[in-house]
Design a protein around this ligand. Sequence first.
Ligand code: HT7
Ligand code: ZN
Length: 874
Amino acid sequence: PRTIYLKDYRPPAFLIERTELRFALGEDSTQVESRLRLRRNPAAATPAAPLVLDGEDLELLSVRLDGRDLAPGEWVQDAESLTLANVPDAFVLEIVNRIKPQENTRLEGLYKSSGNFCTQCEAEGFRCMTYYIDRPDVMSVFTTTVVGEQARYPVLLSNGNPVEKGVLDDGQHFVTWHDPHPKPSYLFALVAGNLSCLEDSYKTASGREVALRIYVEPHNIDKCDHAMASLKKAMRWDEQRFGLEYDLDIFMIVAVDDFNMGAMENKGLNVFNSKLLLARPDTATDLDYERIEGVIAHEYFHNWTGNRVTCRDWFQLSLKEGLTVFRDQSFTAEVTAGTVKRIDDVRMLRSRQFVEDAGPMAHPVRPPSYMEINNFYTVTVYEKGAEVVRMYETLLGREGFRRGMDLYFERHDGHAVTTDDFLAAMADANGEDLSQFQRWYEQAGTPRVTVEDAWDAASGRYTLTLRQSCPATPGQPEKRPFLIPVAVGLLDAQGRDMPLRLAAEAQAAGTTRVLRLTEAEQQWVFEGLVERPLPSLNRGFSAPVRVSYPYTETQLAFLAAHDADAFNRWDAGEQLATRVLLGLIADIQAGREPALPERFLTAFAAVLTDAGLEAAVKAEMLMLPSENWLAEQMDVIDPDAIHAARSYARRALAGELEAQWLGLYHTHEVSGEYRFDPRDAGRRRLRNLALSYLAALDGKPMRQLAASQFEQADNMTDSLGALAALMLIDGAEREQALATFYDHWRNDPLVLDKWFALQASAQRPDTLARVEQLMQNPAFSIRTPNRVYSLIGAFAGNPTGFHAADGSGYRFIGAQVETLNALNPQVAARMVGVFTRWRRYDAGRQAQMRAELERLQGLDLSRDVYEIVSKSLQ
Ligand code: HT7
Ligand code: ZN
């Protein structure tokens, strides 16, 4: 496959002013008629270029130019395009082609899901429906007519507003939709099916009434209330926080069961994976409720950051994704508990994005090249991209950031732009030179900031020296210094924040200061201090970097108990626990008896019994670092020792503090009907965490405790919490509960996904056999991404299952990748990602993973899988 480079970007040779489409949906095939009003782009590089349209797997039936039928010799067709030489400067092109949505297993373009038609066009799916200039900088006004059998497809939807509808012969009907906002093809959507609709309305800040509709399969209509409430919350928040109003008369969301990713922000017609929309207390967990609220908000926020202002090319993906993730993170933090959200986001960034940034697929937030753009919907583009946007806010302040956003929309509304344009708006609106900030978009890798301090008691001066470096990444051996905002506080011996006065300042200003680290090495001197402080660094995770400072364990425990910055309190505890666990891993590897240090136990117990801590924050602080995170801290990853050490620590913490855990469990029962609110959700989280620790103690009493929670639970959070705890304990209760759960939910695929995932994640010797057996379950289908993610994906993420020393996990996932490669390359590419870090393991595992990658490389691979396999082997 060929590599596409950002440096080769050229403006399009033609623009499409109007796009009129007619889809005649059939049971065997669908006929697509398009009428495009094209004109040469005055900004094009080559004035007489031919017209090249993108198109894949299309059966071309006819081509007409300005009303004249063209003969086959007047165009050139290949597997990916249709070329017309010698076209006029402005003309109307009419094309008729046929496609087979029923045979579409890739789930790109038009396909069928549960008997309904739906589309997924981002990034390059539109070209699988009709010939088009399928790139985001070609924005057009769309009018779409959908024709289908009325009995099968009573609901016919597309973008914009409905302008005409009618009944045709042979039981067919049609609806015509017009979207007045010019948009790129990737935001096009069409849905047709037998769907029920939850209706509501919303009055915008300026007083316009917007109809809100959520479409689902009829049996799911009682699971849409949370999504609707979330949508209205998000609409209000965007008005209040960013002054952004919705711009059409109708906003629709459709849930589909077969979807490669989470959701899609098509203009006025969002399409959602049903797992991110449907929720009822007995079917969805608190985490599901939270995710749904976040993703509904995310897709809605794209209406401005992505749709009104879109990307010039796919290298700019983070322009819309990083910014929109930042917006959805801010929304969730403001409507729930901010600290917990920040901890969860950073935990995920560190355990996934830092890992990606240190591996063979590492790429900058704005990648310079790709083979397959679908492979670049990554944690780097999304989550690190969001951190980059957050740094603007940290540097410029909340008001400065808002000024930048306002200028961005003022300059670019209705256009397709770049991350440079975003940076320029932020800089210009605030009179700042942010040119060095550009490096966050261009350089891959996680920077390291090393901190040294010096205390001069005689003068009361405290000096912090910060040094930055960034490891080499593929294609980037050398890095230039970043502009890093490091938020710093200083604690006195009582754990109170000290007022901060930097040298040359007349008076102290605040207790947290954002230091702008721009050089490889820089110093800051704080004056007027009466005692040696303890630094609290990178408060709130102000920059996506690794910070090293030689804290002692006592200092970490002190910060964990006292830091005024709640995020850093958690982070200090996390660093301490990581150190302790790495010590236990070393003990196990050396054949020594592991023992939990007394100091750690005391600090842990203090958190466990702290009555002043909010339940959700306490749960965060009592969770041990994940096995993946611990793996990243090791030179040679040893999955067995990591698992043994972590299990040992859990058992020890459970055994030493059994009475306290039980106390916590019994005092955190949530009474009354299930409500999804941060307080109740926090209590359930903490209580289920207590149960999972207690489960580590094994034995009948704990089995009974979990089994009785399982029997009595009136909501999915508690039901699944109990089932997860039972999965940790051998005994009849476990199989009994699994069977009960299955019998109860056998007709609800989304709930069964949880059942699949729990079993595939179990760190037990028989897990692979169980997964193979579950693949035969009638509820499983390798063609449905949700099933694949929940069973095969969960197993791939199970460190002891996937990395079984005999290589069975590698061979199993390799075989699934091979099957998926032919059916759905996007899903296959997601599954193969677990092999990328093969060099980090011991020689035996390396050889087996490498062999599996080489075997895959020898197959006829899709572009998606080929790119990841070949880059992993480089
Ligand atoms: N913008 C959407 C990305 C997306 C997607 C990309 C490739 C293939 C399938 C896809 N489905 C959705 C989702 C978002 O980030 O909002
Ligand atoms: Zn997005």
